[in-house]
Ligand binder design. Structure first.
Ligand code: FES
Length: 202
């Protein structure tokens, strides 16, 4: 019997979506670190449900605490793995997404920087498209090399990558370097993949 040529892709898509779903409920500092990562249970118990709004809000607040949501300084949205790839080829978007995840982990930015894969950011040209909040900076052509610059210069250093940015919606607000504690600065890698030293954030 002949197998459906698209079935393998569908299975891979399903696996990838399942993995991404799991990653969203891991503590940021444990994401992508293999089998030892502990999954956070954000399940709302029957008891909390029975308490109504108060119980549900309390359970979700506990979940948010476990995810270190209160320490997030920037949230990156990247158009990737689209249902209808328009701004770039699907493979290009996925390559950028994998690179973004890997570098956020390597740079130990997980407790300060959230990342979310968007199906479409509606710009649909010159992709992959990325937007970073709360800064409101939109970037085009976000390939691996561009992501490295955006992470080092904008996310860590607080400097917009001007030649890739096409809109800044919060231009009246200052974009600041990522705040770090002394101990985190000491343990975080500030080298690019090429081994080049990058100025440590103040
Ligand atoms: S498909 Fe990427 S922005 Fe629409």
């Amino acid at each position: 019997m002949q197998s459906d040529p698209g079935s393998e892709d569908k299975v891979n898509d399903h696996d990838r979506q399942a993995n991404d779903a799991i990653e969203t409920i891991l503590p940021p500092d444990q994401q992508d670190q293999g089998a030892e990562a502990v999954e956070i249970d954000c399940h709302i118990s029957e008891q909390d449900h029975a308490l109504g709004v108060k119980g549900v809000n309390r359970a979700l607040a506990t979940c948010a605490q476990k995810l270190h949501i209160d320490t997030i300084q920037r949230h990156i949205f990247l158009c990737a793995d689209q249902t209808k790839p328009k701004c770039c080829q699907k493979e290009v978007g996925l390559q950028s997404w994998d690179y973004l995840k890997r570098r956020i982990n390597e740079l130990k930015l997980g407790v300060k920087v959230f990342r979310t894969k968007a199906n479409c950011l509606r710009v649909c040209d010159r992709g992959p498209i990325m937007v970073i909040y709360p800064d409101g900076v939109w970037y085009h052509s976000v390939t691996e090399a561009a992501i490295e610059r955006i992470l080092q210069e904008h996310v860590i250093g607080g400097q917009v990558v001007q030649d890739l940015a096409f809109v800044i919606t919060n231009s009246d607000k200052a974009i600041l370097p990522l705040a770090t504690s002394t101990s985190e600065t000491e343990t975080s890698s500030t080298k690019s993949p090429s081994g080049k030293d990058v100025a440590a954030p103040s």
